[in-house]
Design a protein around this ligand. Structure first.
Ligand code: CAO
Length: 557
């Protein structure tokens, strides 16, 4: 009998979080058996055992950050030898190396080494828009074959650079292959279910721009633009969107597709075996990860449901209609972001009893003050819209009305009061709705907020927001002021409990006690979760926001 310590192999540098521990003390493990699931910001991966035997000690727990070499567990093996003998260590190192070669997370590896296949070989004239290029499977960190589990595009689709083209899956990781350039899909050269390896030609793309397509066959990889690392099995646009928060979307590709779903390779494989569409499964794992138990629960629920049962929450499904019977139609695929938003809107609408309260703020003086800042703003290279003032006013009201800064927990038994003031702003982008979060609004001034709003909105429109930049909001502002309208009822961005809708400022006659005078009136609508916030709380909150906007000194002092 000997004791062997299993450590984290080369995971491509940096640290990764333990999101699942797959074994317990006393378990018998075999060589290559998954021990823990690690997740970095690029990939999630199962770490295989480099020793066979009985688990004596588990040295990690969920949530812990691990780097290469960190001990995971101690296994009692059949081999003769002392504890941690040099031979044992050498064997361990050899095994680690083998594990790296075979199993290291594809995404992490792809990131840590130069791309050998860059992003596609041009088959047309090099350079310039309209060029055709073949997109192959990039360096996926293994020479072996992996399954092509989903084709995310169709011939004729327009794709942006970085859009997912296909989803690949090995027994250790799943990853999306991003488009190397913006363009149109001319031909698809693979089928779902097919085995592929590095270099397999996936599709032909006619590039819209030309820069990425300027790669010439045979040119050294280093001269080509680096391939964006394959994305891990996480939704592309994670967290909140106002009424469009995180969570996973449905995937149209049918049973067990779920490329937008956050789940590990083993779960995806099981879902395919069971014929389960992962987008329908409720996740209970950390940060919305679907676990095997969730699949079992889903199957049990489905089996016990009466035949022909209604859709989720017992609500009868809207029947599908063949609109082509009535005239010409065009069917388009919805973007992932649209589907995420759709799911989140529905979840919030069905789960949360919404009430919306309306009021108008007299922003006449505020608008004068804002106008007076114009030349200063130009000098600073920024511009000041009403939004930073709304952020400041809400920050004060959130502090004074802490229920608006809370979320339900423990199935409704507890309320979590957040001591920070992070506010999300809904941003309308060509791809759909995104909600970057402005942190510590209470601690920032108008100039800083103006710059941050502009920066976040620009990042949102360029799809450059990180997951972290869309998480942690306490409250959301959805401003349609630049677009128009006199009022609307925003849907709460759960698990937050309030959202402020902002419509267009208009000049309205206001009675000053002696006469009607023209005033600049800003329509506001506050939707709140009536399980947490009652009407009086909401009345106080909105009245305070209106007062602060009427005399902004109270908010910015
Ligand atoms: N009334 C009148 N004018 C307004 C206004 C209001 N309430 N709010 C903004 N404006 C003006 C701005 O002042 C700016 O004009 P000036 O440059 O002359 O000052 C102009 O409208 C354009 O503003 P903007 O849109 O560039 O900036 P913003 O700070 O008002 O908003 C952002 C930023 C990102 C919130 C906005 O661009 C956006 O995407 N809004 C849509 C949000 C959305 O879709 N909500 C719905 C979610 S639920 O489906």
């Amino acid at each position: 009998m000997a004791k062997e310590q299993v450590t984290v192999p080369d995971i491509g540098g940096g640290e990764a979080e333990v999101i699942e521990v797959l074994v317990r003390v006393g378990d018998e493990v075999g060589l290559e058996q998954g021990l823990v699931v690690l997740e970095s910001d690029k990939a999630s991966m199962e770490i295989p055992s480099t020793a066979a035997g009985k688990v004596l000690e588990v040295l990690v727990s969920e949530g812990q950050q691990l780097a290469e070499g960190a001990p995971i567990l101690v296994v009692e093996t059949d081999a003769a030898g002392g504890e941690d003998t040099p031979a044992g260590v050498a064997a361990q190192e050899a095994a680690d190396e083998a594990a790296v070669a075979a199993d290291a997370p594809a995404a992490a590896q792809a990131e840590s080494r130069p791309s050998t296949l860059a992003d596609g070989a041009a088959v047309g004239t090099a350079g310039g828009a309209g060029e055709e290029q073949v997109v192959p499977v990039p360096d996926i960190g293994t020479d072996g074959e992996v399954d092509l589990v989903e084709i995310s595009v169709a011939v004729g689709d327009s794709v942006a650079e970085g859009d997912s083209l296909v989803v690949l899956e090995s027994d250790k990781a799943s990853m999306e292959v991003p488009s190397p350039a913006a363009g149109e899909v001319l031909e698809i050269r693979v089928k779902e279910g097919q085995k592929v390896s590095q270099g397999t030609e996936l599709l032909v793309l006619r590039s819209a721009g030309g820069s990425a397509a300027a790669a010439v066959p045979g040119a050294p990889a280093a001269e080509k633009p680096p391939a964006p690392p394959p994305q891990a099995d996480r939704p592309a646009a994670p967290p909140p969107a106002p009424a469009a928060p995180v969570q996973k979307a449905g995937v149209s590709a049918g049973v067990a597709a779920g490329a937008d779903v956050y789940a590990g390779p083993a779960v995806r494989m099981l879902a395919r075996e069971f014929g389960i569409d992962l987008s329908q499964v409720k996740a209970s794992g950390p940060r919305g990860r679907i676990l095997k138990e969730d699949l079992h629960a889903f199957s049990r629920e489905r089996l016990s449901a009466p035949a022909g049962a209604a859709s989720t929450a017992g609500i009868p499904a809207v029947p599908e209609v063949d609109f082509a019977k009535f005239g010409e139609v065009e069917v388009t695929q919805r973007s992932k972001l649209d589907k995420l938003t759709s799911d989140n809107m529905q979840r919030s609408w069905l789960n949360v009893p919404h009430v919306t309260q309306y009021d108008d703020a007299d922003v006449t003086e505020l608008e004068e003050f804002r106008a007076s800042l114009k030349s200063q703003a130009e000098k600073r290279g920024t511009r000041v819209t009403p939004l930073p003032f709304l952020l400041k006013a809400c920050a004060v009201a959130l502090k004074d009305n802490p229920k608006f800064c809370s979320s339900l927990a423990d199935g409704g038994d507890s309320l979590v009061y957040k001591k920070y003031i992070h506010i999300g702003i809904a941003v309308d982008t060509p791809a759909g709705l995104l909600v970057p979060v402005i942190r510590d609004v209470d601690k920032k001034g108008i100039w800083e907020l103006s710059e941050e709003v502009l920066e976040m909105a620009a990042k949102a429109r360029e799809r450059k927001l990180t997951a972290a930049q869309m998480q942690g909001g306490c409250f959301t502002i959805s401003s349609l002021g630049a677009i128009g309208g006199t009022g609307f009822s925003p849907i709460i961005n759960t698990p937050e409990v309030g959202i402020l809708g902002v419509s267009r400022t208009r000049t309205a006659p206001v009675w000053d006690g002696q006469a009607f005078v023209p005033r600049q009136m800003l329509p506001l609508s506050l939707s709140y979760d009536h399980r947490v916030v009652n009407g009086a709380d909401a009345g106080r909150f909105l009245t305070q926001v209106v007062e602060l906007l009427g005399d902004i000194r109270g908010a910015i002092l």
